[in-house]
Ligand binder design. Structure first.
Ligand SMILES: *Cc1c(COP(=O)(O)O)cnc(C)c1O
Length: 393
């Protein structure tokens, strides 16, 4: 985690763009003394939906809450299977299990495109399959054309885990999160747009989104803000709900972060360009999505180490140089719970299994200097080449 930053880091893995603007907005909320969802949360939803080009959005308390509400709205339950990439954060699998369903793990396409492989998804469909989850790794689009086609053909729901991809337009497809039936975003502290903790849900079908909105707050027929405005004290509870509400504080931060996002992404794009130039000097390295030259991606600077380079040793050397790194992700099918409960490691996922121990995420955030990518890439080159028994030229 990037904060609090230990003083020894020269380059942290992630950072945010929070500054005086957000501080002033939070102060204003605190002074208003209305902290639970109200006008700022509604405005954040409307701003987000407008920029995304969809009619409405529902702000929630985390990306995981967004996924849980999605699974619930799609009525995924006992006996239902949900196909998803093993190479993702554990949330979508966990929320499927929580709903009583079974996560079924699919492989990714390749080291250079570690998004879910539609061919493998197709092989995993059974009469029990209810939905497919597409995750946009690092903000690079999964193959939504193929996945939406498969979903349509088999009458399945398509959930987009767009936690890495707020306001990302994929050429020829459209805004990520709006292509499938339901799109889930995360505003966790390390994401491109952060509210500390938070998330957003969008859906094609307004009825589905209405169910998400209701379940976010106990399925009450009228929330506190509405009751305060209307003067009516009564409400009904027509279904079982949750409390996944954001706060006015997080929503006020989110509105400003949303305005900053385009500039933030421009900065990340410049840094990735510098990284790619410098990393090209390490031919042993695979740089996923290296030939993507559009405005997608930009959330992670992932690389795949050569087989001979021990990741722990490489990470330790980078740490000694003051460079913070991470791994996105230890694949879900190898976690003890998923192995014990579903035997999820019994079906081999050749690509995922081959790259899982070699993936490494390098620092990427808008506060990095122009020189940081070369500093990181050179430190990486040295440790990788040493691990491969080559000298540094
Ligand atoms: C961060 C993340 C989540 C979960 O979001 P939270 O806000 O941390 O609950 C889900 N999926 C992916 C791919 C993520 O990166």
């Amino acid at each position: 985690m990037p904060t609090p930053t230990p003083p020894e880091w020269k380059v942290t893995l992630a950072d945010n763009t929070i500054d005086e603007e957000e501080i002033a907005a939070v102060t204003e909320v605190l002074r208003s003394r209305w902290l639970s969802p109200g006008p700022r949360t509604r405005a954040f939803e409307q701003d987000f939906a407008t920029v995304l080009g969809c009619p409405d959005a529902v702000a929630v308390s985390s990306g995981t809450a967004a996924l849980h509400l999605a699974v619930r709205a799609l009525r995924i339950g006992p006996g239902d299977e949900v196909i998803m990439p093993a190479l993702s954060f554990v949330s979508a699998a966990a929320m499927t299990v929580l709903a009583g369903g079974t996560p079924v793990f699919a492989d990714v396409r390749s080291g250079s495109d570690p998004t879910v492989d539609p061919g493998d998804v197709r092989k995993l469909i059974t009469p029990r399959t209810k939905a497919i989850v597409a995750m946009h790794y690092g903000g690079y689009p999964a193959d939504l054309v193929a996945l939406a086609g498969i979903a349509r053909e088999h009458g399945l729901a398509l959930i987009e885990d767009a936690a890495h991809a707020p306001i990302v337009r994929a050429p020829g497809t459209g805004m990520l999160g709006t292509i499938g039936d339901i799109g889930c975003f995360s505003f966790y502290a390390t994401k491109n747009l952060t509210t500390g903790e938070g998330g957003m849900v969008v859906a094609k079908d307004p009825v589905l989104l209405g169910q998400v909105r209701a379940a976010r707050s106990h399925c009450l027929s009228a929330g506190t803000w509405d009751r305060d405005r209307s003067g009516r004290a009564d409400y009904d509870v027509p279904d079982v709900g949750l409390n996944y509400r954001p706060t006015e504080i997080s929503s006020a931060i989110g509105r400003i972060q949303l305005r900053k996002l385009a500039g933030e992404r421009r900065r990340r794009r410049a840094l990735i360009g510098r990284y790619r130039d410098r990393l090209a000097r390490i031919p042993e390295l695979i740089v996923p999505f290296a030939d993507y030259d559009d405005d997608t991606g930009l959330h992670l600077m992932a690389v795949i180490l050569p087989v001979r380079a021990d990741r722990d040793i490489v990470r330790a050397r980078l740490r000694d140089a003051g460079i913070q790194t991470s791994v996105h992700y230890p694949p879900t099918h190898q976690f003890s719970y998923y192995r014990a409960r579903f035997g999820s490691d019994r079906r081999p996922l050749p690509v995922t299994d081959a790259i899982a121990t070699r993936l490494l995420s390098l620092p990427l955030h808008a506060r990095m200097t122009d020189d940081d990518p070369a500093f990181v890439a050179d430190a990486l080159a040295e440790s990788v080449l040493r691990a491969c028994g080559r000298t540094v030229s």
